[in-house]
Design a protein around this ligand. Structure first.
Ligand code: A2P
Length: 342
């Protein structure tokens, strides 16, 4: 791919929750888009999406969709990515894929620009965007790892329904409306009612009893941090929140890090907003962080139950930094380091 003044950008899954944010963020950050190609299923072909004041017609995704496309942003699920990402690469595009399809492939960089921007240049056509819960975790923990070396992470997530997609957001609204009208909830996307409930079940269960989402947090953290010695144990929970994932995180470090030292490091860290003043009831919450770009960190405390431990509360907008924004930041790094593009 040659350096261009303007790039043709395809968005696969253009009618979905994440891709809608991608299109907005491309415009907001003035990404040099010459033409935007919105792609989705036959169901929404002919619908329009708005970009730079124009209504663009959504086209049905097909094998020929990627002619003259420079960058293809995928967010239509792993099955679509597995099939169509290689087709897009063959047509000459660089794919930035938001699904889990390619993340653990050794030839595919998995990048959070604040942590491992340099990996982006190693791509062979596909760059993977990490899982939303992992992105916010590594943005907040990398500065602490660099100084104190994290040995173990214990994380419990409180993940919003937008992480599942648009249908799940509608389901939360409909169930809430039904239950408040004394009607029964009728779950469809989730196995149980999500309104007024918590589901300790995200993605499929594995024979070990962990879910795939929980294992993503281990495997992707190691790959992005470039450190297979970090131990991670996760419990991932879906909660009735529309946007923003929250995480209760306990870390054990090799070298002692006080809460004040951690606060000083995070105050300077790229992509992090330190939001930690309990005396004034200042701590991150989804209702405040939704729509923001930074990863918010608060409730930083020393864990006195071990020699070198810290507790943190980490909240980020899962549609923005957890998905769309991170993908666009990868695209920005890609065009900035153009000599390394294929
Ligand atoms: P469509 O709206 O036509 O179904 P979300 O993550 O919010 O659930 O959105 C998923 C996105 O993936 C939507 O844009 C959806 O398009 C798209 N999608 C789902 N299945 C396909 C498919 N078979 N081909 C192309 N796009 C698909």
């Amino acid at each position: 791919m040659k350096h261009k003044e303007l790039y043709t950008v395809a968005v696969v899954g253009a009618t979905g929750a994440v891709a809608t944010e991608m299109i907005e963020i491309l415009e907001e950050r003035k990404f040099p888009v010459g033409a935007l190609v919105p792609l989705a299923s036959a169901r929404s072909a002919g619908d329009t999406v708005s970009f730079q004041g124009q209504d663009l017609t959504v086209q049905e995704l097909a094998e020929h969709s990627f002619a003259r496309v420079d960058i293809a942003l995928f967010s239509a699920g792993a099955e679509i990515s597995r099939k169509f990402a290689p087709i897009a690469v063959k047509a000459g595009a660089v794919v930035i894929d938001n699904s889990a399809a390619w993340r653990m492939d050794k030839t595919v960089p998995l990048s959070v620009p604040e942590v491992n921007k340099a990996d982006i240049a190693k791509h062979q056509g596909i760059i993977a965007n990490p899982n939303c819960s992992t992105i916010q975790l590594v943005v907040a923990l990398k500065p602490l790892h660099t100084v104190a070396h994290i040995k173990r992470i214990v994380v419990t997530t409180f993940q919003s329904v937008s992480g599942t997609g648009k249908e799940a957001m509608d389901e939360l609204l409909e169930e809430s409306r039904d239950l408040l009208s004394f009607k029964e909830a009728s779950p469809n996307v989730y196995p149980y009612q999500i309104a007024f409930n918590c589901l300790p079940h995200i993605d499929d269960f594995l024979p070990t009893g962990y879910t795939k989402e929980e294992m993503k947090m281990l495997n992707e953290t190691r790959k992005i941090m470039g450190d297979d010695s970090i131990h991670v144990t996760a419990t991932t929970v879906r909660v009735p929140v529309y946007v923003c994932h929250s995480e209760s995180v306990n870390i054990e470090t090799q070298n002692k890090l006080t809460a004040d030292e951690a606060r000083a490091l995070l105050a300077e860290a790229p992509g992090v907003m330190l939001y930690d003043d309990p005396a004034h009831k200042i701590y991150p919450m989804p209702i405040d962080v939704a729509g923001k770009d930074d990863v918010y960190v608060g409730r930083i405390r020393e864990d006195d139950s071990i020699a070198n431990g810290l507790n943190l509360w980490i909240v980020a907008d899962n549609l923005r930094k957890g998905a769309a924004l991170n993908a666009i930041q990868i695209a920005e790094a890609l065009i900035a380091g153009r000599s390394s593009l294929n």
